[in-house]
Design a protein around this ligand. Sequence first.
Ligand SMILES: *[C@@H]1O[C@H](CO)[C@@H](O)[C@H](O)[C@H]1NC(C)=O
Ligand SMILES: *[C@@H]1O[C@H](CO)[C@@H](O)[C@H](O)[C@H]1NC(C)=O
Ligand SMILES: *[C@@H]1O[C@H](CO)[C@@H](O)[C@H](O)[C@H]1NC(C)=O
Ligand SMILES: *[C@@H]1O[C@H](CO)[C@@H](O)[C@H](O)[C@H]1NC(C)=O
Length: 387
Amino acid sequence: MRWLGSVTNAHASCLVKLKAELGMEGRVEQQRWLLLLFLVVQLLLMGAFLYQNRHHHSFTSFFHFLIQERPEGREELPFLVQISPPGIRYQDVYSNLSQIQPMDISEEDLPNCPIISPYINGPLKVMIPENLTMEQVVEKNPLVELGGQYRPPDCWTRHHTAVVVPYYGQAQNLQHLLFHLHPFLQRQQLHYAIYVVNQVNNTAFNRGKLRNVGFWEAMQEEDWDCVFFHDVNLLPEDDRNLYICDIFPAHVSVAIDKFNYRLPYRGYLGGVFALRPIHYLRINGFPNTYWGWEHEDDDIAARLKLSGMLLSRPHLLFGRYHMLEGQDPSHKQSPQTPGLLARIHRRWRHDGLNSLGYRLLSKEVQPLYTNLTVDISPPAPGAPVTG
Ligand SMILES: *[C@@H]1O[C@H](CO)[C@@H](O)[C@H](O)[C@H]1NC(C)=O
Ligand SMILES: *[C@@H]1O[C@H](CO)[C@@H](O)[C@H](O)[C@H]1NC(C)=O
Ligand SMILES: *[C@@H]1O[C@H](CO)[C@@H](O)[C@H](O)[C@H]1NC(C)=O
Ligand SMILES: *[C@@H]1O[C@H](CO)[C@@H](O)[C@H](O)[C@H]1NC(C)=O
């Protein structure tokens, strides 16, 4: 709200000036001035309103387009762009980041970050060095603080994004994700942190519930204004894919290399999903009751619909991802079960954030992430309720 503050100041000094001048003019002049003053105030208010809107959605909203009800039978987005615009070179995700240096002034005196980060280039090379170790990843990211949190050291940012990664033992994928995602987010000049939600106990993977846990735990720590739920095996390929929230929940991973850079099917909502906390509460989070690798896309789509929200998706050129090899929890296709929507309709208000039960076994602050280890298994029937 810094900017609005400065508007009011400018506005006030303008008023003072106008008042001083009013005293010297005649009656007719006075009326003319009043009219002018009225117009100036209107313009300022309108400007402030537009600016605020703009800074909330920043420039992604130009590239996001809304989807509502897509006509049946259209399995893909209306266009498919595979090539990058000419003239833009693929950059190493770490290039230029060494230019970022802490400034020798107090936090309050930092200048605002520019609306568009100067480090944003476009397409990125996805290259993981051979025999990479976690120590090397830490070394490459000297400005990341414990717990995997980062703020631009040289400017004041208005974007605060938590990245929640459901995790089920894919250690190498996680290392590669950290290697790539940290510099990716630093290029965008965000304040961010990475939370890994580690499911233990030998039950089936439950991505929805792990997402809920991650959201809950992340919000205890900071007043995040945007939460990105991120599969561990997806690396973004274009830094114009901004990790900030839009006015609607967003399905972000729309173009994955494994699916030839298009949606595998119409209702696909897996991979990377982002929304504001207020929207998360409105849909009552994600379902807790989907166990196994089965996807809960239909459920999430129904939640958005039943809570009256649209879904936003980035441009196919920007929402590009490389999928890492390994366990692939999220990308099985399953046809919609008949009657499912009706069941969701009855259930979604009772299955989600408000029915979330888990035990936090540990919270470890690692150099590049916060490790939340949770037992999310439903209590065995008849077992005494603990924790
Ligand atoms: C980033 O680095 C590239 C070369 O790697 C250079 O051409 C470009 O000008 C740099 N951009 C900025 C913003 O410094
Ligand atoms: C990676 O490790 C393998 C086996 O330990 C070794 O043969 C190879 O030379 C290493 N590569 C690099 C780039 O260090
Ligand atoms: C899950 O694992 C934790 C620690 O490994 C153990 O204390 C707990 O009893 C387990 N819970 C269930 C339901 O098996
Ligand atoms: C997270 O912490 C648990 C408990 O200490 C540990 O077993 C697990 O390996 C850790 N996972 C990661 C990814 O650091």
